[in-house]
Design a protein around this ligand. Structure first.
Ligand code: C2E
Ligand code: CA
Ligand code: CA
Length: 403
């Protein structure tokens, strides 16, 4: 058995489809691919009944959209609202633009979407979507319904030095060379394991404590960056800033002091801010960002495409890098609308004469498309997931572009 067959054999599927023959055809295809656990439902209502049964344990749902009774859209809404932990593959004969808007709706309802297939379903399309299941997908897991930690618990974790930085490389698409590394905060919780930033950043921001984390991240990032630079790797380190910090006029000075204290030249540090962070407290944000840029720091616009800034607003700030949000990158090879946004973002980066970085490069087709569009750098699971320091330095030694 190859890896894919082994993987499929271990998964439980639920086919939601009103048409008996099509249900049979998909079941047959899944079984041919090695699936041993396949359930069926004729519409959304029957599917929900199965999912609510604690013994059912479904991993992947393959659902039609157009069904009498409860249609696919309503079914997805209920599955999202009930927090059912399952991944979806949409299969529909509707036209591509309509499937695209349902794709967007699905993720907006908090559902993990593996792919959307235009009918007739083929085994190749099914396998491509199912394979995404084995990729780590923290964008779904890291959105807890309610905060699971209190500020006191976070402060205790901080005092116990349980916070650390993970590192994820950014590589040049044309050559595979590592050009930068993003630092991403993690909490190594003694009981809950490694906790993602979604569970603590907002609470730290709302309570006015985010700077403590930012400064600690700057320290760890500067130390590691110095280490890899001494080892001969000419790569920058990127640190995420919060919009809250930019409201304080003294912030730029504190960042500079921190980095200089670790003997790192600010030119080797990139600070990432989202479009909305850069434009929320416009006056102080511009003062801070201009001062940081003046001292040599690189500035990146993070999650580009998810905010509402205009090109004029962005051109006022001396950004050096444009990070195109992963939602457009991931769907650009299948969704026309995402592809248009991706292409125009690349065009804009070129006009502003700044580096274009694609986030969330997960698969080979994503990578190939970005190469063909002339994007500068890529970051994502296709290259490497964020890694703890030890694993990251080990990875650096073994990385070579195997494409
Ligand atoms: P971000 O700055 O957009 O960081 C990229 C996120 O995408 C990271 O999530 C990363 O693990 C994830 N990612 C990387 N490659 C892929 C991929 O191929 N596919 C998918 N689906 N995801 C990928 P993470 O580490 O959970 O961080 C979430 C967000 O938390 C970050 O988004 C950033 O906004 C924030 N954050 C992380 N560290 C810090 C920090 O030190 N300070 C502040 N203020 N915010 C931070
Ligand atoms: Ca970032
Ligand atoms: Ca981002």
């Amino acid at each position: 058995m190859d890896d894919t067959t082994t993987m499929i054999a271990g998964l439980r599927f639920l086919i939601v489809e009103d048409h008996g023959f099509q249900r049979w055809a998909i079941r047959h295809m899944l079984e041919e691919l090695g699936a041993g656990n396949v359930l069926e439902a004729g519409d959304g209502r029957a599917a929900l009944a199965i999912l609510r049964d604690p013994h059912a344990r479904v991993d992947i749902i393959i659902s039609d959209l157009d069904m009498p009774g409860m249609d696919g859209m309503e079914f997805i809404r209920h599955a999202g609202a009930e927090g059912i932990a399952v991944s979806f593959i949409l299969a529909s004969a509707l036209d591509r633009a309509l499937i695209s808007s349902v794709e967007t709706m699905t993720t907006a309802y908090g559902i993990d979407l593996l792919g959307a297939i235009k009918k007739p379903v083929t085994a190749n399309a099914l396998v491509a979507a199912i394979r995404r299941y084995s990729l780590p997908r923290p964008h779904i897991e890291r959105q807890p319904a309610a905060p699971i930690f209190t500020l006191a618990e976070i402060a205790q974790g901080f005092a116990n030095r349980e916070f650390e930085s993970y590192f994820q490389p950014k590589v040049e698409l044309a050559t595979g060379a590592i050009k930068g590394v993003e630092a991403l905060a993690r909490w190594r919780h003694p009981q809950k394991g490694v906790v993602s930033p979604g569970a603590f950043i907002k609470l730290l921001e709302d309570s006015g404590h985010i700077d403590g984390l930012t400064m600690a991240m700057l320290d760890m990032s500067a130390i590691c960056c110095r280490t890899w630079r001494e080892g001969g790797l000419d790569a920058t380190v990127s640190v995420n800033l919060s919009h809250k910090s930019l409201a304080d006029v003294a912030f730029a000075d504190r960042v500079t002091e921190r980095v200089l204290a670790q003997n790192l030249d600010p030119r080797h540090v990139v600070l990432e801010v989202t479009e909305s962070a850069a434009t929320t407290h416009l006056g102080t944000a511009l003062e801070n960002l201009s001062r940081l840029r003046m001292r040599g720091f690189g500035l990146a616009i993070d999650d580009y495409g998810t905010g509402y800034s205009s090109m004029q607003q962005l051109s006022r700030i001396a950004f050096t890098e444009l990070k195109i949000d992963q939602s457009f990158v991931r769907s650009a090879s299948t969704q026309k609308s995402s592809r248009v946004i991706l292409e125009s973002s690349l065009e804009m980066a070129k006009r502003l004469n700044i580096l274009a970085v694609a986030e969330g490069v997960e698969t080979r087709p994503d990578w190939d498309l970005l190469v063909s569009l002339g994007c500068d750098l890529g970051q994502g699971y296709f290259v490497a997931a964020p890694m703890e320091t030890g694993a990251f330095f080990h990875w650096l030694k073994t990385w070579k572009l195997s494409i």
